[in-house]
Design a protein around this ligand. Structure first.
Ligand SMILES: Nc1nc2c(ncn2[C@@H]2O[C@H](COP(=O)(O)OP(=O)(O)O)[C@@H](O)[C@H]2O)c(=O)[nH]1
Ligand SMILES: [Mg+2]
Length: 254
């Protein structure tokens, strides 16, 4: 796969370490309006706490997201804001894998670019990882303190129902199987990505269920998920089919 990695030898703003402890991997497709605010918020909530890099994986977004990210690099430093450009839309699973290969943190944070995953929750993720020496910290909308904002009732019921059904069928111990806002120990994520085959929401579910079955230490942190303000969701109707297919695959195959 042809990828073009823009990284720099310069010093990240505020940090001299060439090897950040945390890598925040953010796949993007048509997120031009969101990337500047996201980077600013990550800087605000993490820069006094840990050393980190942000690794964007952009699939040649037609709206010019990659150029918007490139404009942030001189502001924050090319080792703080990094960009992997891929030639076309190749999907989330491979975007995470390419981001992982391009990153160097001991811990990896996966999050969406659309501000549904607010960086203000990350200090709690980091604290929870430390407290439990966890392999994975997963954000949950479905425990006390968590929630969703901006969804209509149908979408809330669909998401909650899908999670409850899948939890019951798979014997899952985590409450939010389809959430994508998580922190991983690098090695744990590498092994999980190598074994995961589902797409869409089923992908997140397969990863966390495999982690549980594999005996990894998982802790949950409540998050409030806010519906995107700018841009459109890339996950459409076919998503329901993929979810059911993924669920059936896990029931049969794990
Ligand atoms: N690189 C890359 N990013 C993607 C792709 N599809 C979605 N994304 C990004 O993945 C994240 C989640 O997608 P989104 O459309 O918000 O899904 P939703 O929140 O479930 O509606 C966002 O940051 C998207 O820009 C893709 O094919 N390639
Ligand atoms: Mg989204």
């Amino acid at each position: 796969m042809k990828t073009n990695i823009t990284s720099g030898t310069g010093t990240a703003a505020g940090h001299s370490s060439a090897q950040p402890e945390y890598s925040v991997i953010v796949p993007t497709f048509n997120e031009r309006e969101n990337v500047a605010v996201l980077v600013w918020l990550l800087h605000k909530y993490l820069s006094d706490l840990v050393s980190f890099e942000i690794v964007f994986v952009d699939d040649s977004s037609p709206d010019g997201t990659a150029d918007a990210i490139a404009q942030l690099q001189p502001v924050y430093g090319t080792s703080r804001v990094r960009l992997v450009r891929r030639p076309r839309k190749l999907g989330l699973g491979s975007a995470y894998a390419v981001g992982l290969a391009a990153s160097s943190g001991r811990f990896i944070i996966l999050m969406d670019a659309d501000l549904s995953h607010h960086p203000k929750h990350l200090p709690a993720f980091i604290a929870a990882q430390h407290a439990a020496n966890a392999d994975i910290v997963t954000g949950t909308r479905y425990r006390l303190g968590g929630g969703v904002a901006g969804w209509n009732l149908t979408r809330k019921i669909t998401s909650r129902g899908a999670n409850l059904l899948a939890s019951f069928l798979l014997g899952a111990q985590t409450s939010d199987l389809t959430g994508a806002f998580r922190l991983y120990r690098r090695q744990a994520l590498a092994e999980l990505l190598a074994n995961t085959t589902s797409h869409g929401y089923a992908f997140q579910m397969e990863v966390i269920v495999r982690a549980q079955y594999g005996g990894l230490q998982i802790v949950e942190v409540p998050i409030v998920f806010v519906d995107r303000l700018y841009g459109e969701s890339k996950l459409g109707v076919g998503e329901y089919v993929q979810f059911v297919r993924g669920l059936l695959g896990l029931l049969v195959g794990l």
